[in-house]
Ligand binder design. Structure first.
Ligand code: KIV
Length: 281
C-alpha cells in the first residue's frame, strides 16, 4: 500500500516509528520498497555516494531529476522525497517554487526536501502553498558545511540548542510536514519531537525522533572505510560485492565461466554446418 502524508502522520500519532533510507536508482529503490521501508529519500548525498565528490555542492537539478525518476519507478509503495540541490532554492522564492515544481513534475516524487530554518521560511511557505509537501532539514545541513567548518554536530551549547528548536518551530509554521534533524544531540532532538506536530526524522540525532534515515551505502557498508559515529552497518554488502566480483574475475580467467548450461547451446548450428563454415573462411 502506498505510504502517504496521511498514513505517515497516522503512524506518528500511533507512536509507530517511520523508516527512511536514501536511494538513488531503480535497483536499490525496488529492494528498499520490497522491504517495506516507509519513505525513500533521493538525497543530494548522491553527489558523494554515486558521483564521488567530497560534498553535495556540485549536484545539479538535472542530475537530481535523472536519479529521482529511476527511484520513483522502483518504489510503488514508499513515499518518495527528493532533495532540492544546492542553489536551486536559496536565490529567490520564485526560483525555489519553480525548481520544486520541476522536481515533482519531472520525477513523480511525492515531496521535496530543502535545508535550513529561518533562512528558507518563505521558500517553504511558497512551495507548500503550491500544493507540494515539504520536508525540512535542520541541525547539520550538509549544503552549509563550509559555513560550519565541516560536517559537525549542531545544537551544542544553550544558544545553539535554542536556535535549532526555534528553527523547528519556524519550518513547521511555514508548512513543513516532516523535518530531518541531522547531527543534533539526542535529548534536544527528543525535546523538539515532543514540541512539534510534524514528523521528525533523525540521522545522528538519537532514538527520540519519530523516525530514522540512513544513507543506503552507509547501512550496507558500501561507503569504503569512512563510517560516521551514528551509522550502523546492517550488512557487509560492500565486502560481499567485492568478493563476488573477485569470484567472477577468477572464473572468467580460468575459463569456468560461462559453463555449457549458461550458453545457448541448444540453438547452435549443426557440427556439419560449422565444419563447412570453418573450411569456407
Ligand atoms: O542527502 C541526504 O542523503 C540527506 C540525508 C543524509 C538526510 O540529506
Amino acid at each position: 500500500m502506498k505510504n502517504t502524508i496521511t498514513t505517515l502522520l497516522a503512524m506518528r500519532e500511533r507512536g509507530e516509528k517511520i523508516s527512511q533510507v536514501t536511494c538513488y536508482d531503480y535497483s536499490m529503490s525496488r529492494l528498499a520498497d520490497a522491504a517495506e521501508i516507509n519513505t525513500i529519500l533521493v538525497g543530494d548525498s548522491l553527489g558523494m555516494t554515486m558521483q564521488g565528490y567530497s560534498d553535495t555542492l556540485p549536484v545539479t537539478m538535472e542530475e537530481m531529476i535523472v536519479y529521482g525518476r529511476s527511484v520513483v519507478r522502483g518504489a510503488p509503495n514508499a513515499f518518495v522525497i527528493i532533495d532540492m540541490p544546492f542553489m536551486s532554492y536559496q536565490v529567490s522564492v520564485e526560483q525555489a517554487v519553480a525548481n520544486a515544481g520541476r522536481l515533482i513534475k519531472e520525477t513523480g516524487a511525492n515531496a521535496v526536501k530543502l535545508e535550513g530554518g529561518a533562512a528558507v521560511e518563505e521558500q517553504i511557505r511558497a512551495i507548500v502553498d503550491c500544493g507540494i509537501p515539504v520536508c525540512a532539514h535542520i541541525g547539520m545541513t550538509p549544503q552549509s558545511a563550509n559555513v560550519f567548518g565541516g560536517f559537525k554536530v549542531q545544537g551544542k551549547g544553550e544558544e545553539n540548542a535554542r536556535r535549532v528548536l526555534e528553527d523547528a518551530f519556524i519550518v513547521q509554521r511555514a508548512g513543513a510536514f516532516m523535518c530531518v534533524l541531522e547531527c543534533v544531540p539526542p535529548k534536544l532532538a527528543a525535546l523538539i519531537t515532543s514540541k512539534v506536530d510534524m514528523i521528525t526524522i533523525g540521522i545522528g540525532a538519537g532514538a527520540g525522533c519519530d523516525g530514522q534515515v540512513l544513507v543506503s551505502q552507509d547501512l550496507l557498508a558500501m561507503s569504503g572505510d569512512f563510517k560516521p559515529k551514528f551509522v550502523r552497518q546492517f550488512e557487509q554488502i560492500g565486502a560481499r560485492m567485492t568478493e563476488a566480483y573477485r569470484s567472477y574475475d577468477a572464473a572468467v580467467k580460468d575459463g569456468s565461466f560461462p559453463a555449457v548450461e549458461e550458453s545457448y547451446a541448444k540453438s547452435d548450428c549443426s557440427d556439419e554446418f560449422l565444419r563447412d563454415l570453418d573450411k569456407q573462411y
